[in-house]
Design a protein around this ligand. Structure first.
Ligand code: COA
Length: 162
């Protein structure tokens, strides 16, 4: 904890880079949001990977994030691998704040073009990406396996950061 944090306490909301120490929490957050899991060792590897930029949002005094976003960087392009917010904290602007800070970090790292894939019926995610002016550039039919055995369409979205 920094001296400022000791004197004045932690701000109510913080966005911070994540590291391997957050792997257990990130794995749980991912499992609450998606049918397919990222196990803890896999998440720890991703959080140590220098080509992956990971940011978390922290609420109150908690030392563990209540949401995170990860992007893989390659030259001046990046792909958002995932973003998720703890269900108990959704709908309060945390996803928006987290993505806003994450995009700023990507720009600082020299990323000019950002891509992501999203299920075509994921209304909250589409609203979030729409707010940041992501545009549809492609489709992958039958991409996401669904619990009922069907497969859902993935949309490929792009946003220029330059
Ligand atoms: C997508 C997700 C990260 C959004 O996080 P959040 O903190 O709830 O989002 P915010 O409160 O910042 O809202 C962001 C935008 O989405 C809209 N939104 C939020 N929940 C919504 C809902 N249930 N239906 C429609 N729009 C919704 C908000 O109105 C807001 O739009 P605005 O910026 O134009 O005002 C969150 O719903 C989540 O974790 N979902 C499960 C994981 C997931 O699907 N991730 C995306 C994978 S591609």
């Amino acid at each position: 904890m920094s001296l400022l944090e000791r004197l004045f306490g932690r701000p109510k909301l913080m966005i911070e880079a994540l590291g391997p120490r957050h792997a257990a929490r990130v794995s749980v957050l991912h499992a609450t949001s998606f049918a397919y899991g990222w196990d803890q060792p896999e998440v720890a590897r991703m959080l140590s990977d220098p080509s992956i930029l990971s940011d978390g949002v922290f609420s109150g005094q908690s030392r563990q994030p209540c949401g995170f976003v990860m992007s893989r960087l390659a030259a001046d392009e990046a792909e958002i691998l995932t973003i998720c917010i703890d269900p108990a904290h959704r709908g309060r602007g945390l996803g928006h704040l987290l993505l806003e800070r994450h995009l700023a970090q990507l720009v600082r790292r020299g990323v000019a073009t950002l891509f992501l894939e999203v299920e075509d019926n994921n209304a909250p995610a589409l609203a979030l990406y729409g707010a940041f002016r992501f545009a549809k550039v492609g489709e992958r039919p039958g991409y996401y396996p669904k619990p009922d055995g069907t497969r859902a369409l993935a949309l490929i979205l792009r946003r220029d950061l330059g």
